[in-house]
Design a binder for this molecule. Structure first.
Ligand code: LLP
Length: 385
């Protein structure tokens, strides 16, 4: 939520920068936690969605764990104060150093994504004379029905161990003295807007759990990943996203064994709505058929529209007249035609110098920013209450 006082503060600052409403974040995390606590589920936050210190500190203080996909993220989580036993670590390409770090810190689980990786972890743990606590990330071949760039649970995707390899993997784990199998892990994709893919995932998880039990393996935990989508068009709706229905699906469909833990790794649904990209209009450029609103923020600050054709709400925060509207193609300054936040967008009539907010950019916004064109993003601004 952007307030009048925030806009005053924005007007004193150099743009572009990210603004975070930590009060909104706190509400969202509380809602997610309450919905998960009802069933005793465990929540981790996916650092890749946002790794700014105040955001992570708030989430850690609420008692969530961390979900990491690089050694850098594992280190960051530890620095912030997440306990090792709260940290899950996935990723198809972990380096030897990253594996060593995870074993040395004795994190909650190294989520193994291939037979090839399992062999390396076994070797490294052996050299270190330690036991590596692992979960097997399995590819459930479930369609998340989202953008194909953020679909991860199909056989054709690079993620996870495929069904045909599970028996071999179990055999290796059972024979090894260096591996402790704690659970199984799944993540089918991101920005999933219906519950059907999650229902399908539950069915697959139940079937896979039976396969492990047939081999005499008892799993301490199941990690169902993240993926819950948000309604990008309603960033200020206090009930967006719908955590209640999300967790209810898992509570009613997964056959958990006594004492077995169910974990989730939410990223976007926790942080997307608390962040906005704040920029200024550099020029209103007249075109033949359209007017271009050229901002000082572009795909270097928020790549999601260029990469996934995603649509973020755009608002003029300082329009001189609230009665007049106009249609613009809202673009950035970067030398790429994909550097466009939206075509034919209706906004309050805008002028050079106006403050523009690109809303619901708290997830995968700042973490995916780049220095392309040697551009520089300003320091983030936070409102705590
Ligand atoms: N767990 C794993 C193993 C993941 O790979 C991801 C996200 C998550 C959890 C968190 O998913 P979430 O709850 O945020 O959907 N850059 C893209 C999204 C990439 C998601 C990658 N994996 C975007 O801007 O839409």
């Amino acid at each position: 939520m952007i307030r009048e006082t925030d806009i005053k503060a924005f007007s004193q600052r150099q743009t572009p920068f990210y603004f975070y409403d930590l009060e909104a974040l706190s509400h969202t995390v509380d809602r997610a936690k309450a919905a998960a606590d009802r069933y005793g589920f465990h929540l981790h936050f996916a650092l890749k969605a946002n790794s700014n210190n105040p955001v992570l500190e708030l989430i850690k203080d609420k008692g969530l764990g961390a979900d990491c996909v690089s050694g850098g993220e594992v280190r960051k989580a530890l620095e912030i104060g997440f306990e090792p036993h709260q940290i899950a670590f996935a990723g198809v390409g972990k380096t030897d150093d990253e594996i060593r770090l995870a074993i040395e810190k004795n994190i909650f689980s190294i989520n193994v994504e291939s037979m090839e990786e399992l062999i390396v972890i076994d070797e490294i743990a052996g050299q270190m004379k330690r036991k590596a606590r692992i979960a097997l990330r399995l590819n459930p071949d479930v369609d998340a029905k989202t953008h194909h760039y953020i679909t991860t649970g199909l056989e054709e995707n690079k993620f996870g161990i495929s069904g045909w390899q599970v028996d071999d993997v179990i055999e290796l784990v059972s024979k090894s003295d260096n591996l402790l199998l704690d659970g199984i892990h799944f993540h089918i994709g991101s920005q999933i807007r219906t519950l059907e893919p999650f229902r399908n995932l539950c069915g697959r998880i139940n079937a896979i759990q039976l396969r492990f039990e047939e081999k005499g393996i008892k799993l301490n935990h199941i990690n169902a990943g993240g993926g819950l989508g948000i309604d990008y068009q309603a960033p200020d709706d206090a009930l967006n996203p719908d955590f209640e229905h999300f967790f209810k699906v898992f509570a009613s469909l997964i056959d958990l064994r006594p004492g077995q833990q169910l974990h989730f790794e939410l990223g976007r649904s926790l942080v997307a709505n608390c962040g906005d990209l704040i920029s200024r209009v550099l020029y209103v450029k007249k075109g033949l058929k359209t007017n271009f609103l050229i901002l000082d923020a572009g795909m270097t600050e928020l790549i999601r529209p260029a990469l996934y054709q995603s649509v973020h709400p755009i608002e003029n925060l300082s329009a001189r007249s609230l009665n007049e509207r106009a249609i613009y193609d809202v673009v950035g300054p970067v030398c790429e035609s994909s550097d466009c936040f939206g075509k034919a967008i209706s906004l309050h009539k805008s002028d050079r110098g106006d403050l523009i907010a690109i809303r619901a950019a708290g997830a995968y916004g700042e973490t995916m920013a780049s220095h392309y064109n040697l551009r520089k993003l300003g320091d983030a601004m936070y409102r705590f209450a």
